[in-house]
Design a protein around this ligand. Sequence first.
Ligand code: AMP
Length: 266
Amino acid sequence: MNPTLYSLRMHSTREGKHISGAERIVPAAELARAGRALLQRALGHPRGPAAELRLSAEAIDPATIRYGRLPDVRTLPVADYLAGRRQAVELLVRAGVGRQAVDRALAALVAGPAPGGVAMRGAMLVDADSGARLEADHARGVRASRMDLTRSADRLLRRRLGRVGLNNPHVREALVLAAKVLATPGIVAELCWSDDPDYPAGYVATVADGYLRLPHLKPIGEERGGRAFFWRSGVASLEETMTFLERQVLLIDQVGTIAGLPVQEF
Ligand code: AMP
């Protein structure tokens, strides 16, 4: 029999401001070690140590677990962040997202998508045709949650990413998040660049083309960043989409292909 799995989630803040969040799905025997790693991460965050740390764990009913696959990964070389953004627009339009929706989402990420022009805690949920923002709270947004790799998928992913020089936590975690987003009914694509000022890369993920990595989507030093999940009506209600995204447990047991880098990076 499989051991009981736990959803383990960490969230840290300082003076009410979000610092970091991360999560795992692990068996009981690994809970203490995984919890310690998440706490250490919250304390050692580049934006400074957290003042309030929350760590919660809940047992998962095995009957509710879904299994999934990581999207295939390709890197598209771009000369600079402006070229990267033009490429992102093209990829999203090709995936069927309306031009107006792409332009509005991009403008929001450039300006800082939360009130006050700062980063959100979660993602924007954007109507794929009109570009209207559908998330109720523009500071929190919607969070992709309760997803992780199985131990063997994690090992395989690290090996495959290592061969192309991409085995770092940014890429690993973004891939797991993108897998959850692409598995969510109603979501057609995702656009992301980090709010970490030292990390200029980002990606477009689409159901048809997988995870398309763009080495430059913002200038170094820029803190504004975030995510847009493009949603289209007709497949699932908004509520069904959000419930799946935030609550459905997804364990990823299959790794996609990872294409080599066509150019030297970093
Ligand atoms: P990061 O890739 O961790 O630098 O995160 C970049 C941005 O993505 C954050 O500022 C949030 O707006 C958003 N984000 C981070 N984690 C999640 C998540 N689990 N679900 C939805 N959006 C997220």
